[in-house]
Design a protein around this ligand. Structure first.
Ligand code: ADP
Ligand code: ZN
Length: 735
């Protein structure tokens, strides 16, 4: 018997199964009325399932609220694909497709009362009315002057309600309810900005984009250095779609970190401002409800948003644009663990529209797809504003360390010297120190050697408990060396310092400089980031020391020096994408220097100056980097040549988390499909979080479908103990 799994409206997000009565056309995504305990409640059908006959009889759905599901058929198809590919329960997918604000009845439309002239009394009656009821007379006059209708609130609200009621009784006026939009940008004015004349490179790219819009065939990857005019191409492509009656979906990595791009879209479409919807995490539930329905009803035709905007209920889409397509924030970190960019490509296919991915540092996945012919590559070689790319200098910290034996090796002489010069000239400096990841690798301070796994060519991770180095990919173990295996120096140690410590040092070295630190710790306060960036813009701050929070899209004309304190930090983590991320980060960071009239300089401090990601970034050479990195990936069987997933367990009981994963490992290994490879079941690099012990294993597979199917089959047959959570991350982006 088919049953509907219903998510009940309300804060506790209960889910119950109900029987579908004979003849009711209930489908996934429908809003329904259901009995709950001894009351009636409302909810959304998350899934239709076949139930086994049990001794309990399910209660029946009372009624459908709307006969139509809230979700478009194309989005429903996308949802089913997600559930299948990412091995996620359909109910979790439905929660993503239908944001809470849309599902829950309580966030209904905001309305206002509108008073309209109905049958205007003749002059004689009007005159009588003026004497008998001057207030009613005045209201009619006001309505007349306003063109026949006014909001009740503007007429005086409650104070005129009785008069309006009398007028309505005589059919002189009628009162109607009108939906009003809660506009997140209320009061903001945008000056219209006109399209630029495209340069020859942009022309070529644009021609391809237009071709794809009229006859979608394959996704386009637009590779262009920072400032090469990619955004201008997006804007004109969007304009073209709007002009031909189609809609446009634009994905940005993080709305709050890309205010300048959002602004440019708003300005370009200022004349149709009411057709633009911006979806971001700071919308109130009411605003979200309104924006969603504006999109669903076709009123809003340009949608700009982060990852989850891929589910915007647009129809008749002309193009989906994904800016900074390489960004990790497109990957959702809770179930369903989808990748926004990959969904953009799939949705483009389902909707039969153009897909344009853009980046200065494309992901190797996308770049590889252009090589196999799955995507088409477009390139913008030069900057659109004749500014030159900054000069990047690489400082060998092994040499610096030898110069000052014993002193903390944080600011090299050249970096310090340049900072002094820039500060003396009244220019500004940004310093980067990216401390992320919990895995700690062992690196020699003298020769830069990093202990790596001999099977995986990735750094080994130090485990304090076991006093061992362990490979997080294959499980290979090694003894922790007391001195460097390469040069014999006893100075081999874990990489150590963070932004806070640097701030202290800078205070001592530059006592007069005005300093600000930007990282997740210092920016907890609401608006702290915005305020600090504004102060920096107004030159009230000389030096910013920050993490990758400031690597993206920011534009400060007076910044002429950018220093990367330890480029190795992101490099020697047990993740095959570490090099790629370092290349991307250095390129993005370099893009922060020299955005104004003055030339910019970048100083990169590293213990491994010859590592390819540093050298190719230094020469602004993406194709060169991609070529050698793809070689490495192919040789070791990593993505994009395979698909990589992570299967993990979490529990308050360490042993149970471990045992469950080992059990899953055993079952996966039985009848392992060809082309699939399992890593060992190991403690996660982050061994414990929120009181939960974490274990994980890596799974590589040449076929994504084959991988998902095998994992799903095993998970379906292996229920986890109640206190263990099993987590599956398809196409995992972090470990
Ligand atoms: P990207 O998105 O690749 O970083 P933008 O589109 O932001 O590049 O362009 C960088 C700068 O060059 C912007 O100031 C933009 O106004 C300017 N620009 C872009 N295209 C042109 C063009 N065809 N003619 C003149 N200036 C342009
Ligand atoms: Zn290994």
């Amino acid at each position: 018997m088919p049953a509907a799994r219903v998510l009940i409206d309300g804060p506790s997000e209960l889910v119950f199964d109900y029987a579908i009565p004979e003849g009711m056309d209930a489908v996934t995504g429908c809003r329904v009325k259901v009995p709950l305990r001894n009351k009636s409640s409302t909810g959304t059908i998350l899934d239709i399932t076949e139930t086994m006959p049990t001794k309990f009889t399910l209660r029946e759905i009372d009624a459908l609220i709307d006969p139509e599901p809230l979700i478009t058929p194309k989005l429903m198809e996308l949802g089913k694909w997600i559930a299948d590919y990412y091995v996620a329960p359909m109910e979790q997918v439905m929660r993503s497709l239908l944001p809470e604000a849309v599902r829950q009845e309580s966030h209904s439309e905001k309305t206002r009362k509108l008073v309209c002239i109905d049958q205007k009394p003749d002059d004689e009656t009007l005159e009588k009315l003026g004497k008998r009821a001057p207030r009613q007379h005045l209201i009619l006059a006001l309505l007349d002057a306003a063109g026949g209708q006014m909001a009740l609130a503007d007429l005086g609200g409650g104070s005129v309600a009785a008069s309006v009621k009398s007028l309505a009784k005589n059919n002189y006026v009628k009162v109607i309810e009108e939906a009003v939009r809660r506009d997140p940008d209320e009061g903001e004015e945008f000056l219209e900005d006109k399209p630029l004349k495209l340069n020859p490179g942009q022309e070529v790219a644009m021609k391809e984009v237009l071709q794809q819009i009229s006859e979608p065939e394959k996704p386009l990857l637009l590779h262009g250095v920072t400032g090469s005019g990619k955004t201008e191409v997006y804007l004109q492509a969007a304009q073209h779609c709007i002009d031909s009656g189609k809609s446009v979906l634009v994905l940005l990595p993080e709305i709050s970190l890309t205010p300048q791009t959002v602004q440019r879209f708003k300005s370009r479409f200022a004349s149709i401002q009411d057709q633009v919807a911006v979806l971001h995490s700071h919308l109130s539930q009411g605003e979200r409800f309104d924006e969603w329905h504006r999109i669903r009803s076709g009123k809003a035709r340009v949608v700009i948003g982060a990852r989850s905007a891929i589910f915007a209920p647009l129809t008749n889409i002309g193009i989906i644009i994904v800016d900074e397509e390489h960004e990790n924030s497109y990957k959702q970190e809770t179930s369903p663990r989808y990748h926004g960019r990959d969904l953009a490509v799939l949705r483009g296919h389902l909707e039969k529209c153009a897909v344009l991915l853009g980046s200065a540092t494309p992901s190797l996945e996308s770049f590889h797809n252009t090589q196999t012919g799955k995507y088409k590559l477009l390139t913008l070689e030069e900057r659109a504003d004749d500014k030159s790319l900054p000069i990047i200098r690489v400082i060998d910290m092994r040499v610096e360390g030898r110069k000052h034996k014993g002193a903390p090796n944080i600011l090299s002489d050249p970096l310090r010297g340049h900072m002094e010069k820039k500060l003396a000239e009244g220019e500004q400096v940004i310093l980067f120190l990216n401390r992320r990841g919990f895995a700690r690798s062992l690196q020699c301070g003298s020769c830069g050697h990093v202990c790596e796994c001999r099977h995986c060519a990735l750094p080994l991770t130090y485990h304090r408990q076991e006093e061992r180095l362990i490979c997080h990919i294959c499980g290979h173990q090694a003894i922790t060396p007391k001195k460097c295996p390469e040069c014999g120096d006893p100075g081999i140690r874990f990489q150590g310092y963070g932004t806070e410590q640097v701030e202290g040092i800078l205070k001592k070295v530059f006592p007069l400089a005005r300093l600000a630190r930007i990282d997740a710790d210092s920016m907890r306060r609401k608006n702290a980031l915005k305020d600090t960036l504004r102060a920096f813009h107004q030159r009230k701050i000389d030096i910013i020391i920050g993490t990758q929070m400031i690597a993206k899209g920011l534009h400060f004309p007076n910044v002429t020096l950018v220093g990367v304190l330890n480029a190795d930090l992101g490099l020697h983590v047990p993740d095959f994408r570490a090099g790629e991320r370092t290349f991307q980060l250095l390129t993005q960071v370099a893009g922060r220097a020299g955005r104004g009239e003055m030339e910019g300089e970048v100083i990169v401090q590293t213990y491994t100056p010859h590592s390819p990601s540093i050298q190719y970034a230094r020469h602004h050479d993406f194709p060169g980097y991609a070529e050698q990195e793809l070689d490495f990936r192919e040789q070791f069987g990593y993505p994009p040549y395979t698909h990589c997933a992570v299967l993990g367990t979490r529990s308050g009981h360490e042993r149970r988390a471990e045992f469950t994963l080992q059990n899953l490992h055993k079952r996966l290994a039985t009848d392992l499909p060809a082309g699939m490879k399992l890593g060992d079941a190991l403690p996660s690099p982050l061994t414990k979080a929120h009181g939960q012990y974490r274990f994980q294993m890596m799974i590589l597979g040449s076929s994504a479908r084959g991988l998902s199917r095998h994992v799903r089959a095993v998970l379906d047959q292996t229920p986890a103990p109640e206190d263990v959570t099993v987590v599956f991350d398809m196409d995992a982006m972090g470990f």
